[in-house]
Design a protein around this ligand. Structure first.
Ligand code: PMP
Length: 423
């Protein structure tokens, strides 16, 4: 028995979906220890928007290490932190006229979500939080309480208090405006819904099946939140960092959230998470919310370098260009797979195969052909395409061809697509 099976917890997941021993990686390619090459359409679940071992990022890290730069600093002031904050201000915040303060949380997405929920409750002095169906915000207790998928939950955790789920855009079908639905609950003093401190939302639900909220829906949500004095938190952990085109995923809707959670690609591949908040919400006492690994200085160095991609519009233009290639290829796959549905924007796309577990089969076949691709949705029915934003066009097309072949060999050959077949 290998050391993994012998010693690593049963909780291990991706090691099962992608059963290779990976060794090296560059850009959109991963190699296993036998040297087999894999096109990466998974990107560490959105962490590698700038590719594996991006040469500029790696170069900056090596120089920092060789110069004996501070690695661990708690939240002390360091040159690396100053450089990052300055770069974020100059390149991201000021050009977008966004006035946010930055809180460094523990280095994972769920830490940023915990912080946002805790701060919203503290500021508003209300304990209730509103979340949306199919949401994914992380798996520590607070974040798990606003995550929809029952697979991650167990009644024994006893964590559902003080949260309420409302239908996301489109959840009740195209005819129902779910903001009207929510409005009715908020207006009616006997609806049973407590006035929440905050609503937390993803503009694109990546784990939840690649559900894209419409711009108008996001705008209406923002208005509703303002009207009822509810803080609006956008969780941009997976959809941010250019995944949908602009740096922040909410830019397309022209909304200004009160708080934004960021992680995954913000660290250029290294662990880093932050909470952006309107300055007046920054009501913490010094040291009131801490964590040993808040100041990941190596990640600050990587993040500062990664933000140079935002010195101009080249990356966001490339995302829209390559996103259009993905859309076109997927639409032609869709023609051969009746009953399926395509959703997405920028460089996040989901092919909903409308059958439980179907995406898992496709992902497995694609893996055998040298590709990493993830599934999403509560029943692993959606194939989720998430290549690095920096992927070269030929590799992107190679990956899209592999998906087409994998679809052909699995679901299409088994003719699982009855027209109109639904879950
Ligand atoms: N929010 C969103 C939108 C995510 O996609 C994820 C991770 N998939 C998280 C939060 C949690 O991040 P982490 O796994 O780093 O805790």
């Amino acid at each position: 028995m290998r050391i993994f099976e012998r010693r690593e917890s049963e909780v291990r997941g991706y090691i099962r979906s992608f059963p290779a021993i990976f060794d090296t990686a560059k850009g959109a390619l991963l190699y296993d220890e036998q040297g087999k090459r894999y096109v990466d359409f998974f990107s560490g679940a959105g962490t590698l928007n700038y590719g594996h071992n991006n040469p500029d990022i790696t170069g900056a890290l090596i120089a920092y290490l060789e110069g004996h730069g501070v690695i661990h600093g708690l939240d002390k002031a360091t040159v690396a932190k100053r450089n990052f904050l300055q770069k974020l201000e100059d390149t991201i915040l000021l050009p977008r006229h966004l006035d946010y303060k930055v809180q460094f949380t523990g280095p994972t997405g769920t830490n940023a979500v915990e912080t946002a929920l805790k701060l919203a409750r503290l500021v508003k002095q209300r304990s209730s939080i509103l979340a949306f169906t199919n949401a994914y915000h992380g798996l520590t207790m607070g974040a798990l309480a606003v995550t929809g998928n029952s697979f991650y939950r167990d009644e024994s955790y006893g964590i559902r208090a003080n949260t309420a789920f409302m239908p996301y855009d489109g959840y009740l079908g195209p005819e129902v405006d779910t903001i009207d639905y929510l409005r009715r609950y908020l207006e009616d003093g006997s609806s049973g819904l407590d006035l929440p401190a905050a609503a937390i939302v993803e503009t694109v639900q990546a784990e939840g099946g690649v559900n894209v909220a419409r711009d108008e829906w996001l705008q209406d949500l923002e208005h509703l939140c303002r009207e009822f004095d509810i803080l609006l938190i956008v969780d941009d952990i997976q959809a941010g960092n250019g995944r949908t085109g602009p740096f922040f995923s909410f830019e397309r809707a022209g909304i200004t959230p009160d708080m934004v959670t960021m992680s995954k690609s913000i660290g250029g591949g290294l662990p880093l998470a932050l909470l952006l908040m309107r300055p007046e919400l920054d009501q913490w006492q010094p040291g009131e919310h801490t964590g040993t690994f808040r100041g990941n200085n190596l990640a600050f160095v990587a993040a500062t370098e990664a933000l140079r991609y935002w010195d101009n519009d080249k990356l966001s233009d490339a995302v829209l260009f390559k996103g259009a290639i993905m859309k076109e290829a997927l639409e032609s796959m869709l023609e051969k797979s009746p009953g399926c549905e395509l959703r997405g924007c920028g460089m996040i796309w989901g092919l909903d195969l409308k059958k439980n577990g179907a995406a898992k089969e496709v992902s497995k076949a694609a893996f055998e052909k040298g590709m990493l691709i993830e599934t999403s949705g509560c029943d692993s029915q959606v194939l989720k395409l998430l290549p690095p934003l920096t992927i070269e066009e030929p590799l992107l097309k190679e990956g899209l061809n592999i998906i087409d072949e994998a679809l052909e060999e699995t679901v299409r050959s088994k003719t699982v697509f009855a027209v109109g077949s639904a879950l």
